[in-house]
Design a protein around this ligand. Structure first.
Ligand SMILES: Cc1cc2nc3c(=O)[nH]c(=O)nc-3n(C[C@H](O)[C@H](O)[C@H](O)COP(=O)(O)O)c2cc1C
Ligand code: SF4
Length: 270
């Protein structure tokens, strides 16, 4: 393999981005960060190019990616890049990744932020289908250019104006501190049919099904997969968000999202 893409996703944007890059680049393998995190030992890529594809969380990195970086050995890798998918802002996440990689003896040679559909329900919910299509078509064009840059091993990092740093430090540390209790914000309503899709799409094994209802286990990543992907829309945050439109990247079937989190399609069991 020439390229390995390490992917974390909640609602499919980052997986769709990785699949598009893999298709354009050829000779590329996609590895799931949640699955690798369930295994012990170091992660040693078998390719000269390595990329990290992930969603921006409060202008920073998803916690699982911060925990993954110290486990990966990049000493044989000649080109390291990242694509952060986001609803619009948060490129500071790329600088955070570069810092973590440097602590691990490597660095980020190129990083891009790609605007995709925002899956963060409290910001307003997903836009209508037409708007989603436009956003994702722009993203596809940008990813196509990024694939060309990766082929050329282009070195390119965005600028990080003071504002991006202020945004990161005013939002991100509080978000990370809130994670151990954050799933107390979820509840399930009477439309829940107990199928347990929420459990299967959870990248953190944070949901148990008890008496045909999800019970959150307090090690949530707040990726919002469970609330966005519940087919009955039975999972709720605060009452004011009940009617907000849910989101799954339209090019990523639910089955694939289950596979990327758990490694197998267990959609017929509970
Ligand atoms: C907890 C959380 C925080 C987020 N923070 C940001 C943010 O700071 N800036 C932004 O542009 N989008 C933000 N988003 C939106 C996601 O980064 C964006 O929709 C991403 O493409 C989702 O990727 P996925 O489908 O691979 O999970 C946030 C989403 C979540 C769930
Ligand atoms: S419980 Fe929901 S929001 Fe938390 S990590 Fe699992 S799927 Fe993501």
């Amino acid at each position: 393999m020439t390229t390995t893409l390490y992917v974390f996703t909640g609602t499919g944007n980052s997986l769709a981005a990785a699949e598009l890059l893999a298709q354009k680049l050829g000779d590329t393998v996609i590895e799931s960060i949640p699955i690798l995190m369930k295994k012990a030992g170091p992660v040693i890529p078998d390719s000269p190019k390595v990329g990290f594809i992930f969603p921006v969380n409060y202008s920073g990195l998803p916690l699982i990616l911060s925990k993954f970086i110290p486990r990966i050995s990049l000493s044989h890798v000649s080109y390291t890049f990242a694509v952060a998918t986001a609803g619009g802002i948060g490129r500071y996440a790329l600088l955070q990744l570069d810092t973590l990689l440097k602590e691990n003896g490597s660095l980020l040679q190129a990083g891009w932020m790609v605007r995709m559909v925002d899956n963060y329900i409290p910001y307003g919910g997903a836009p209508d289908d037409k708007t989603q299509k436009e956003i994702l078509a722009d993203a596809e064009r940008q990813l196509s250019d990024i694939a060309d840059f990766i082929q050329l091993k282009k070195k390119e990092m965005p600028k990080f104006p003071l504002m991006s740093q202020i945004l990161h430090y005013s939002l991100y540390p509080r978000f990370i501190r809130s994670l151990p209790e954050i799933d107390n914000r979820f509840h399930v309503d009477d439309t829940c049919n107990g199928f347990g899709i929420c459990r299967k799409v959870c990248p953190a094994d944070n949901i148990r099904i008890l008496d045909e209802r999800p019970v959150w286990q307090h090690h949530c990543l707040f990726c919002l997969a469970c609330i966005n992907l519940c087919p009955k829309e039975a999972i709720q945050l605060e009452e004011k968000h009940r009617k907000k439109r849910r989101y799954r990247n339209p090019s990523v079937p639910l089955k694939k999202l289950i596979q990327i989190q758990s490694g197998f399609d267990n959609s017929s069991d509970q």
